[in-house]
Write a protein that binds this ligand. Structure first.
Ligand SMILES: *[C@@H]1O[C@H](CO)[C@@H](O)[C@H](O)[C@H]1NC(C)=O
Ligand SMILES: *[C@@H]1O[C@H](CO)[C@@H](O)[C@H](O)[C@H]1NC(C)=O
Ligand SMILES: *[C@@H]1O[C@H](CO)[C@@H](O)[C@H](O)[C@H]1NC(C)=O
Ligand SMILES: *[C@@H]1O[C@H](CO)[C@@H](O)[C@H](O)[C@H]1NC(C)=O
Ligand SMILES: *[C@@H]1O[C@H](CO)[C@@H](O)[C@H](O)[C@H]1NC(C)=O
Ligand SMILES: *[C@@H]1O[C@H](CO)[C@@H](O)[C@H](O)[C@H]1NC(C)=O
Ligand SMILES: *[C@@H]1O[C@H](CO)[C@@H](O)[C@H](O)[C@H]1NC(C)=O
Ligand SMILES: *[C@@H]1O[C@H](CO)[C@@H](O)[C@H](O)[C@H]1NC(C)=O
Ligand SMILES: *[C@@H]1O[C@H](CO)[C@@H](O)[C@H](O)[C@H]1NC(C)=O
Ligand SMILES: *[C@@H]1O[C@H](CO)[C@@H](O)[C@H](O)[C@H]1NC(C)=O
Ligand SMILES: *[C@@H]1O[C@H](CO)[C@@H](O)[C@H](O)[C@H]1NC(C)=O
Ligand SMILES: *[C@@H]1O[C@H](CO)[C@@H](O)[C@H](O)[C@H]1NC(C)=O
Length: 657
């Protein structure tokens, strides 16, 4: 078909119409929303919605994936508010740019939450490095007029002022060249918990990254690290460096393996003075004194290198800066993974335990040195426990007697374990008024369990009244004479009184063990008395021989102190016999007129135990236990030589053998 012929005017009109159409098409095709349309394809559906409608982003989904990808710093909504405007960019990049780097202050901890898969950043700016120098300067300036303020003040006071300043400048120059030492430490205070009962494998731990160049060291940015990433060990991480520049720290939380949920809470601190947090994996700093079915008694090592009474007063006047934490053994214990972390143990102990700990300062376990004393109660019977002694962190550094310094973040000592007794027939008593050295489990019964004071008073008053009778007799015999008329050159009445008291308290207040404890040095008591369930001991052995050697003998079917069976009624129990030295000592120290002598032969064996360098085989004042090792509190194991003595029971007290 032939085209119609057009006039020049018509053809010009057509040309401009075509051009206009093309223009329109081109204009339309350059509209921005077409690019948007094309770019939107790879973006996840919910992001498209947000960017198209400009709505605020809903809170993070319950699985925490949004927050965790972006390190929200715990400030909810910050990411949500910014995200729509930058929907075309990589969200994680923006998230990281918003991630703050927190500024640390010298010797102050910063606390932080961390979700799984996130990293938190910190910086100790170099201005903080100088904090120490400035402090030293100001101390020095004061030191010139106030010498005791600074350690070296004494010397500087004598010097000319200019000389001291010169020294300071030299020191400062040295410091600038070498850089300051910075101690970085961190403690995990809270961690994810297993959501299945039987957990295998270790608790996931945080990781510490340190750099002086990389401002955000972490698992995604490992360039310029000063050291390989440091994995927290049982909730503790540390690092030391010399530097003159800013120190950047990253603490990264791993993503959680199957079976764990929750998040972390931690403390990080950098200091130019020394580690803010610390632990001592080599020392326990504590001894076990004794346990019963619901409690355990401990004492610490000496708190001071001096046993002067003002040291004791100093320690006993302010609250004890130590805390004891205890956790029952089990497949999972909340202290697992936090064993080197003071804040971790503290939080877990408070959150998961009914255990109560009362503490005081005592000087009874040897030579008047002040020691901390802890009574841990509300324990379950026949159960293993793990304990930790910790030094509370405080603004003021604490100097330990071994020379260590504990700063604000506290210190955890090495863990220790113990097992509570199974029976209610023994109960720990301590801090008696008269028998002040008694601190161990004694025969008791359920009726005395709720009131330790009642049990203490019963024993203590009995011992005190026996002692008064003895003391009166002693006065009549030999004491108030001139030294030439003394009964002995080596011993006097003071020695006699002390030794009698130590012996009396040990014999009247026996040390009690579970019936089914098996050590062969323990001695059966009350074997004809039924147990709580009505059965009697050795029910399977009714032989005449057993009746004659055991069942019918007072040494086994009664307590040595009749008051115990009459008033306390503990049922069958075992006794850790008093050490024979206690008896030898009174024989040696007291006037012969009193007629003291110690039983020997079989009678002696059934009344007294003999000391052993490795095991606590007999009881003596101040006996304590270190791990499986036995120590004499008053150096009592340096056994005094026993004199040869003759038969018969001791005068002044009826004893059943
Ligand atoms: C020593 O320093 C303390 C604290 O700065 C101040 O209170 C005291 O007055 C000073 N003593 C002397 C003698 O300057
Ligand atoms: C971390 O602290 C422990 C115990 O205080 C110490 O033995 C260890 O040397 C320290 N590690 C570093 C890298 O400083
Ligand atoms: C952990 O998981 C359990 C069960 O799966 C759930 O009940 C609990 O709320 C979770 N805890 C946290 C902190 O997410
Ligand atoms: C602590 O010491 C014990 C034994 O000395 C050792 O088995 C354990 O690994 C140590 N723990 C840490 C965190 O160093
Ligand atoms: C732990 O519990 C005790 C007693 O209930 C309370 O006084 C103390 O403030 C608690 N400490 C922490 C860290 O929660
Ligand atoms: C703490 O004591 C209460 C009441 O005596 C008891 O119900 C609870 O089970 C105890 N908790 C633990 C962890 O023993
Ligand atoms: C415990 O016993 C003592 C002495 O018998 C008595 O004074 C005290 O009131 C008792 N305490 C309780 C809580 O029963
Ligand atoms: C012996 O002397 C002491 C003080 O030295 C005194 O307390 C005591 O009553 C005196 N005893 C006798 C029997 O004189
Ligand atoms: C007894 O002897 C001790 C030294 O063994 C001495 O310190 C003490 O003063 C003496 N006591 C009397 C009353 O003489
Ligand atoms: C003591 O008896 C309890 C049960 O009453 C038992 O669990 C425990 O293992 C026994 N201890 C010893 C040392 O036999
Ligand atoms: C031994 O003593 C028990 C309890 O008193 C008694 O039941 C038993 O018959 C005695 N055995 C002999 C052989 O007498
Ligand atoms: C006594 O101590 C030694 C040395 O530590 C040890 O080998 C032994 O088993 C202990 N005896 C008992 C019965 O525990």
């Amino acid at each position: 078909m032939q085209l119609p012929k057009l006039t020049p005017l018509q053809s010009r009109l057509l040309a401009s119409a075509v051009a206009t159409c093309l223009l329109v098409v081109i204009w339309i095709s350059f509209q921005p929303h077409h690019f948007v349309y094309a770019a939107e394809l790879p973006i996840a559906p919910e992001d498209v919605q947000h960017s198209q409608f400009g709505q605020s982003i809903p809170p993070a989904p319950p699985d925490g994936s949004l927050i965790s990808a972006e390190d929200s710093m715990g400030e909810e909504g910050v990411d949500g508010g910014y995200a729509p405007d930058f929907a075309y960019f990589d969200r994680s990049l923006i998230g990281r740019q918003q991630q703050e780097v927190e500024k640390l202050t010298n010797s102050q901890a910063m606390e932080m939450d961390a979700n799984p898969g996130t990293t938190k950043y910190f910086v100790l700016e170099k201005s903080q490095l100088r904090a120490r120098t400035l402090l030293a300067d100001s101390l020095h300036a004061r030191g010139l007029e106030n010498a005791s303020e600074s350690g070296t003040g004494q010397i500087e006071v004598i010097r000319e002022e200019g000389e001291a300043v010169e020294d300071d400048m030299r020191d400062e120059l040295k410091r600038r060249q070498a850089g300051n030492t910075v101690w970085i430490s961190a403690n995990t205070c809270r961690q994810p918990t297993p959501d299945v009962a039987l957990i295998t494998g270790d608790v996931p731990q945080l990781t510490l990254y340190v750099s002086t160049k990389n401002t955000k060291p972490g698992p995604d940015s490992t360039n310029d690290l000063l050291t390989d990433p440091i994995s927290f060990k049982e909730g503790f991480a540390n690092f030391t460096l010399q530097t003159t520049s800013d120190v950047f720290i990253g603490v990264s939380a791993p993503s959680l393996p199957q079976g764990w949920n929750g998040s972390w809470h931690f403390e990080v601190a950098a200091s130019v003075d020394g580690y803010y947090h610390s632990y001592d994996n080599a020392t326990q700093f504590i001894y076990l004194v004794d346990t019963d079915s619901e409690s355990a008694l401990f004492i610490t090592y000496n708190l001071s290198a001096s046993n002067s009474s003002d040291q004791f007063d100093k320690w006993s006047q302010s609250p004890l800066p130590f805390t004891l934490y205890a956790f029952p053994d089990g497949t999972w214990s909340p202290m697992m993974g936090l064993e080197n972390s003071f804040c971790g143990l503290k939080e877990q102990f408070n959150a998961t335990n009914n255990i109560t700990v009362s503490s005081s300062v005592t000087k009874k376990f040897g030579l008047n040195y002040p020691k901390g004393q802890f009574h841990v109660q509300n324990l379950k019977s026949n159960t293993g426990y793990t304990g930790f002694l910790a030094v509370n962190g405080s603004a003021q550094d604490l100097q330990l007697p071994d020379g260590g310094t504990v700063r604000g973040g506290g210190q955890v000592f090495q863990k220790f374990t113990w097992t509570t007794k199974a029976d209610d027939s023994c109960q720990v008593i301590y801090d008696l008024n008269f028998c002040e050295d008694v601190a161990y489990a004694v025969p008791s019964s359920p009726q005395f369990k709720p009131n330790m004071t009642r049990l203490k008073d019963l024993y203590d008053q009995q011992a005190n009244s026996y002692y008064q009778n003895f003391s009166n007799s002693l006065d009549q015999v030999a004491c108030n004479t001139t030294s030439t008329a003394q009964y002995s050159l080596a011993r006097n009445c003071t020695d006699c009184r002390n030794d009698y008291k130590a012996w009396l308290c040990s014999v009247l207040i026996p040390r009690c063990e579970d019936w089914n404890a098996t050590q062969d040095w323990l001695h059966d008591r009350n074997i004809n008395t039924p147990f709580a369930d009505g059965s009697i001991p050795y029910a399977s052995n009714m032989s005449l021989e057993f009746n004659n050697t055991r069942r019918n003998r007072f040494a086994y079917n009664q307590s040595r102190n009749p008051m115990i069976d009459l008033e306390i009624k503990p049922g069958p129990y075992k006794e850790l016999l008093p050490c024979e030295d206690l008896c030898f000592d009174i024989v040696r120290s007291c006037p012969a007129q009193l007629g003291f002598s110690c039983p020997n032969g079989l009678a002696g064996q059934m009344s007294y135990g003999r000391k052993d360098p490795w095991n606590l085989t007999c009881n003596f004042p101040g006996a304590i236990v270190k791990l499986n090792q036995v120590m004499g509190g008053a150096g009592a194991l340096t056994a005094r030589v026993a004199p040869v003595v003759s038969v018969v029971t001791l005068a002044g007290l009826m004893l059943w053998l």
